[in-house]
Design a protein around this ligand. Structure first.
Ligand SMILES: [Zn+2]
Length: 177
């Protein structure tokens, strides 16, 4: 029986976070990883007070799998592909499981369309705006080895969580992982 569902989360500096993740051919191959992603996300959220999305590479499995929980819905995306992103952008303080105490001010597309494979190997499309759009972009970046820090708007775009709480919380929108 598999009994180690909560996995260690890779942290900034781990070279695996810079790897381009590999496609996952079957739902069976994805299923165990999705379970671990879900359990790890829940555990992280209890410990840190935030957490809505995670990519497989963050638990040391460089596979193109993303797990998101938002507004009571769970999304299990295998081989997601960003098919469209709007010209319209919005800015937010982003955060990440892999550097939970660092906030990054960056820009994301306001609307995206993502194509992915579901658990029955059907191709699905999700049209997203707002928080889901931003989460999808954050997690798909992970699959390419791209991190939020790479998208910082300038050198003032970083804050520790403590400084962010003191200076920005409430004043600007934060979404993040
Ligand atoms: Zn992240």
């Amino acid at each position: 029986m598999y009994t180690m569902p909560v996995r260690r989360i890779l942290e900034l500096g781990d070279p695996m976070l810079r790897v381009v993740s590999a496609a996952v051919r079957t739902p069976a191959e994805a299923a165990r990883v999705f379970e671990d992603l879900r359990d790890t996300l829940h555990s992280f959220r209890l410990a840190h007070g935030f957490g809505r999305g995670i990519s497989a590479v963050q638990i040391g499995e460089p596979k193109r799998l993303i797990y998101i929980e938002l507004d009571g819905s769970a999304y299990r995306l295998r081989n997601p592909h960003l098919e469209f992103e709007s010209e319209e952008k919005f800015r937010l303080w982003d955060d990440c499981f892999s550097f939970p105490d660092l906030l990054v001010w960056l820009e994301r597309a306001a609307r995206v369309r993502v194509r992915y494979d579901d658990e029955e190997s059907r191709t699905r499309v999700v049209d997203a705006s707002g928080a889901l759009a931003e989460l999808l972009q954050h997690e798909i970046d992970h699959l390419e080895g791209v991190l939020a820090i790479d998208r910082a708007l300038d050198r003032t775009s970083f804050a520790t969580r403590q400084e962010w709480q003191a200076r920005y919380a409430g004043a600007r929108q934060r979404s993040g992982e």
